[in-house]
Ligand binder design. Structure first.
Ligand code: TMP
Ligand code: ASP
Length: 238
């Protein structure tokens, strides 16, 4: 696979075209941001670790029949992915209250939710990723009714798989963010895109409650790279 032009640089990743117009190379950076780009920093080797973690999780989801944009890991920081048009909606799945849910609703962090909660946010740094309703998504054409149904259904299936996977390695999956995309060569097909990594998940050690995710960076808790490395180790990827 030949790597060609840089198409897009985001906060944590860079996308390159390849000799196949329907496939891109997704490069993972060490750059870390929080609060929609307001806080900036670097986490040593985060790109390497997130590439490993996301490749494993996407691979796992694909095996159980969830469509993903991930094709294969190419190198330490690169993976080959299907080209998609990203739906401008971030889907957050919560198993326990934490973060913005705790803040907004006054629910103690760690409270177990009686069932998983799916929320939608508009993908917009300028607007600070506002929480949106299903009606907003349809009325403003960010996604169709059918796509919304698919995103909800896929999110629940992803949750079943990831909850079990993380429980097996002694980690509570508190919440996480998913992104979906329409395949460039088949726009009616929606697939899971972006990444699933400690950048986009809250992961708490089951025994000690230790945070193993980007909250260590957001909240200045220290030992950020060690926490990401611990996730890699527990996944048996080191
Ligand atoms: P929140 O509690 O700040 O709304 O975050 C919920 C989950 O989504 C948490 O695991 C972090 C993740 N997330 C992202 O990956 N990107 C974002 O822009 C936001 C706001 C949250
Ligand atoms: N992903 C967002 C940012 O990079 C928000 C966050 O993760 O806290 O700013």
């Amino acid at each position: 696979m030949e790597k060609r032009d840089q198409l897009y640089e985001g906060k944590a990743k860079v996308l390159f075209s390849t000799d196949d117009e329907n496939k891109l190379i997704q490069y993972f950076k060490d750059d870390a941001t929080a609060f929609n780009g307001v806080k900036k920093g670097q986490i040593t080797d985060k790109g390497v670790l997130n590439n490993l973690i996301s490749a494993r999780l996407m691979g796992l989801l694909e095996v159980v029949g969830i469509p993903v944009h991930f094709i294969e890991r190419l190198s330490e920081r690169e993976q080959l992915v299907r080209r998609v048009e990203i739906v401008p909606v971030e889907v957050v799945v919560r198993n326990r209250a934490a973060g913005s849910m705790s803040k907004r609703l006054g629910i103690k962090e760690g409270t177990i939710l009686p069932r998983p909660v799916v929320e939608f946010y508009l993908k917009s740094d300028e607007l600070d990723d506002p929480l949106i309703t299903l009606d907003h998504i349809e009325v403003f054409n960010w996604a169709s009714h059918d796509e919304v149904d698919q995103m909800i259904e896929m999110s629940h299936r992803v949750n079943d798989v990831l909850l079990g996977y993380y429980a097996n390695i002694g980690i509570h999956l508190i919440d996480y963010k998913l992104e979906f995309g329409r395949l460039s060569n088949d726009p009616d097909t929606l697939v899971l895109a972006d990444e699933i990594s400690p950048d986009s998940c809250r992961l708490w050690d089951m025994k000690t409650g230790k945070k193993l995710d980007k909250d260590r960076f957001r909240r200045d808790l220290g030992n950020v790279e060690e926490a990401y490395q611990e996730v890699v180790d527990r996944m048996g990827l080191s």
